[in-house]
Design a protein around this ligand. Structure first.
Ligand code: FAD
Ligand code: SF4
Length: 289
């Protein structure tokens, strides 16, 4: 809709180093790189002035990001008096993990494989949307398992988010964007007929501009209307609480590094302990025999 009108789209993608960055797209092909959640804080460098420049030039702009990124952009545009055709799309936000931990994660995966990580799917749906798994794509092929999923565990169990995410002022029902996107958690309870295990999104419309944007693409959407209470979205009500072990995690990380921290706090460590135990038991059996 925006691209077809000669507009531009901003969203989060991986750059050539697998850093998550906010980038600008003018074609649908370029927009493809924004698909899929990247559970890492994106680097917004240069992005807000570029949006302002596009709006000044008269181009329609769609900006997608976290609620705080949308709020930051709206605040900049208001202070600088830049107006134009802007649609903002935010995600329901559980918080963003540290880019430093993400670099460490990429490093240990590439050390294990002896080749850099080329792509990464935080939520691969091959075992279904209800059981997403992380997949790293390296020069040697696809990598799965406890080491790969350790980063998702840090996110899911709230060790890795920015401290500001635990006091997020945007974790509330009142929103700042035209549209909010999330996962439709609770679909199996309220609308089991929609749950094909391939994923159902939640779309919240807050403004007339947001409604007009949805109307413009409604033919390509399968929409079902919901009432409050039909979906679970804890981050629309309160910020994500930190793990009770968050401080312990960061102490281990600072003292011993990423690998030691994930050994201690994720199932990567459990799987290694189980493996070591099994090897010891096998050696005892062999010696006993
Ligand atoms: C860090 C993070 C936390 C989330 N927490 C929740 C949650 O608690 N509850 C919930 O219901 N949904 C959450 N989501 C949103 C959810 O995972 C889906 O992204 C959302 O449902 C949209 O899915 P989609 O398939 O429709 O769009 P997709 O094709 O997945 O589009 C994703 C959109 O999100 C943007 N995006 C992706 N990664 C980032 C990033 N790191 N920073 C800023 N923007 C990004 C892209 O620009 C793109 O526009 C979260 C997403 C992220 C990135
Ligand atoms: S949880 Fe709040 S502060 Fe953290 S990235 Fe999301 S919107 Fe921003």
């Amino acid at each position: 809709m925006v691209v077809n009108r000669g507009g531009v789209v901003y969203g989060a993608r991986f750059d050539s180093e697998m850093t998550v960055v906010h980038a600008r797209a003018e074609s649908l092909n370029e927009c493809d790189a924004f698909s899929g959640s990247k559970y890492v804080q994106s680097d917004m460098r240069g992005c807000m002035p570029a949006v302002a420049e596009d709006l000044r030039s008269g181009a329609p702009v769609l900006f997608s990001g976290t609620p705080c990124q949308v709020a930051g952009l709206r605040s900049l545009l208001s202070v600088t008096g830049v107006k134009g055709s802007l649609i903002t799309v935010e995600i329901i936000c559980h918080g963003v993990p540290s880019p430093g931990l993400w670099r460490d994660h990429l490093r240990i995966l590439s050390e294990r494989e002896g080749t850099p990580v080329l792509d990464y799917r935080f939520r691969d749906k091959s075992k279904g949307w209800h059981h997403p798994g992380a997949v790293a794509v390296t020069g040697a092929g696809e990598m799965v398992g406890h080491m790969v999923s350790a980063f998702s565990e840090l996110f899911d169990f709230n060790y890795a988010q920015r401290p500001s995410c635990h006091v997020c002022p945007w974790a509330r029902p009142e929103r700042g964007a035209d549209l909010t996107l999330g996962d439709y958690w609770g679909v199996e309870r309220v609308h089991p007929e929609l749950d094909d295990d391939m994923g159902v999104s939640l779309l919240l419309v807050h403004t007339d501009d947001g409604q007009a944007a949805v109307d413009a693409i409604s033919e390509s959407l399968e929409l079902t209307f919901l009432c409050a209470g039909d979906f679970d979205a804890p981050n629309l009500v309160r910020p994500t609480p930190p793990s009770p072990d968050r401080a312990a995690f960061w102490n281990v990380y600072r003292a011993g590094g990423y690998r030691r921290a994930i050994r201690r706090f994720t199932s990567y460590g459990v799987s290694r302990r189980v493996l070591r135990g099994a090897r010891r038991a096998a050696r005892r059996l062999i010696r006993g025999g």
